[in-house]
Design a protein around this ligand. Sequence first.
Ligand SMILES: Nc1ncnc2c1ncn2[C@@H]1O[C@H](COP(=O)(O)OP(=O)(O)OP(=O)(O)O)[C@@H](O)[C@H]1O
Length: 253
Amino acid sequence: MLDLDGVSLAFGGIKAVNDVTVQVPEGMCFGLIGPNGAGKTALLNCISGVYRPAGGEIRFRGRPLNGLAPDVISALGIGRTFQSMEQFEQFLVVDYLLISRTRELSRSSTLAALRWPPVIRRERAEKHRAMETLEALGLETHAQDRLSEVPYGTQKLIDIARVLCSDATFVLLDEPTSGTTSSERPGISKALDFLLGGERTVVVVDHDVDFVTRHADRVAALDQGRLIAQGTSREVMADPVVRRIYLGLVHDA
Ligand SMILES: Nc1ncnc2c1ncn2[C@@H]1O[C@H](COP(=O)(O)OP(=O)(O)OP(=O)(O)O)[C@@H](O)[C@H]1O
């Protein structure tokens, strides 16, 4: 279970996240929706340790996360995708899938430098796992491409493949469909189904409300940093405040 209890974060005078309390039970897909600037990414960044909340508490399986560094949070099994993969664009796709694992391996750098057989065997096994993941998502032909050479929508899919290939059991997906074409979206949906099929918990933030509500067991809606509704997709989409603020479907009389 991930517990957010009164979480707040401000940038100068802007309350990016304002007293948000939600629980995410394990094994579900939890959707986070809201208009531009609602605080969705800021909240994901608080969970993954990129930002330190100014108030409130975040607990994962009972353990407080506030103040832990991103790599420590990642080692607890919380993985995430990125809005931009620019810094990795020179990586081969197959190597990109292994970036978190490569860091792990390089901790035993002396053994790796000596090409100690168990290290070599483990590297082979990791590459095999990466190739299997790429095949499962129909991406195997891109294995030896550089990230910069593949279309943006495919990069998004590759980033989900990276999380699939990791040991993360709790996954934060930050706008997986943004910048993708309608023909690329079924691939993103399939990748999300793969994540959920592996009994992971997924928190997904996206502007495509249909995409979120189709997959999510529960949805929370944010506006100006505040949680304004939560429940099943059906309940949240029927909420009059959500309909007015997000969808413009209900107008004030
Ligand atoms: N690094 C930052 N410095 C200053 N203000 C920031 C920073 N990051 C976010 N903000 C502000 O915090 C608020 C919440 O931003 P956030 O990016 O979390 O919204 P969002 O719901 O993810 O929006 P979008 O869907 O457009 O990505 C916005 O007003 C934004 O301008």
